[in-house]
Design a protein around this ligand. Structure first.
Ligand code: FMN
Length: 193
């Protein structure tokens, strides 16, 4: 584990070589096995939903997905090559367009704030940050790379809608908000370990 932590460091240059499906499955699974926290009760509970844009994964159609933790499955929301859109959503940068996969941690703040008050926002941010950190470590354990990214909040919610913001009597309601974005990548040059 210490070796993985030392190897960790944000990737800045990638290749477009696809990840394998087992690599992606392992990273998503290891990042979502629960965090011990008083606001995540019972153990294994989560405030987040993970949404994924797949650009390059062997055996998986490029497109927009939602990850179901309970059965560790990816549900296809929309098939397509979304490199340009992912670049825009990631603050118009190349990194999310060039990555193999982008993982967005979203939280339904309306219900979280009702339950926890103002502390709910910090709790959702914390779980998003820890989940992003776990994705980083899982990627480096797989000898892949990762980088955290900034994003246009509302545009991400809209991209994953209606799943991320179901319509209520025909009107798009506020929906879930993004807490953290992690790009998973094939680094162009392997770091010395
Ligand atoms: C929450 C978060 C947001 C980030 N946003 C961006 C970004 O928008 N663009 C970018 O080039 N790097 C971004 N980064 C990567 C940081 O620049 C990088 O993590 C930082 O330089 C520290 O390097 P290290 O991760 O190798 O320690 C982000 C990282 C995190 C954790």
């Amino acid at each position: 584990m210490t070796e993985v932590i030392l190897r960790r460091g944000s990737s800045r240059r990638f290749t477009r070589k696809p990840l394998t499906f087992p690599q992606l499955s392992t990273m998503l699974d290891r990042a979502t096995r629960g965090i011990p926290a008083d606001f995540l009760d019972p153990p294994g509970a989560t405030l987040l939903t993970l949404y994924v844009i797949v650009h390059a994964v062997e055996g998986l159609a490029p497109g927009a997905y939602v990850y179901h933790r309970r059965d560790r499955s990816l549900e296809l929301l929309r098939e397509g090559n979304f490199r340009n859109q992912a670049g825009y959503l990631g603050l118009e940068q190349e990194l999310p367009a060039e990555a193999s996969v982008n993982v967005y941690c979203l939280a339904d703040l309306r219900s979280i704030l009702t339950r926890f008050g103002n502390r709910g926002y910090r709790a959702a941010q914390l779980e998003g940050g820890i989940t992003g950190g776990k994705l980083y470590l899982a990627a480096y354990a797989e000898r892949l790379g990762a980088t955290g990214l900034t994003f246009y909040d509302d545009a991400v919610t809209e991209f994953f809608s209606p799943h991320a913001a179901p319509k209520e009597s025909g009107v798009l309601r506020t929906g879930k908000s993004v807490m953290f974005l992690t790009a998973l990548v094939h680094p162009a040059r392997r770091r010395r370990s």
